[in-house]
Design a protein. Structure first.
Length: 105
């Protein structure tokens, strides 16, 4: 049975798979996020593909927001790690324990 957490105007559900579902009552939009068990943070893990210095790299980055980050937000964070890189693709990914993740702010 999921644990329900009431916070102000929002309703969050924490399930056993570390997935959190958030529904805004005003806009009726539903978001989904991941909770990292080792860090006790809620957000999205984004799988990012980057073109940098003639090579293509894939990294996973943790964004501490419930909604999916915009392309510009992802590009800004990627350029802190890979200066001058070009963002090829990004998508929400699952958390696999023991997998390296770059945390953003």
């Amino acid at each position: 049975m999921p644990l329900e957490i009431f916070s102000g105007e929002s309703l969050k559900q924490l399930t056993s798979s570390n997935q959190i579902q958030f529904k805004s009552p005003k806009s009726n939009i539903q978001y989904e996020a991941t909770r990292l068990p080792d860090y006790n943070k809620v957000g999205n893990i984004i799988a990012v593909t980057v073109a940098w210095r003639g090579g293509t790299y894939m990294v996973k980055m943790f964004f501490p927001t419930v909604k999916k980050p915009s392309r510009k937000e992802v590009q800004d964070q990627v350029r802190k790690v890979y200066p001058g890189s070009k963002l090829v693709t990004y998508q929400v990914s699952e958390y696999d324990s023991g997998e390296p993740i770059i945390q953003t702010r």
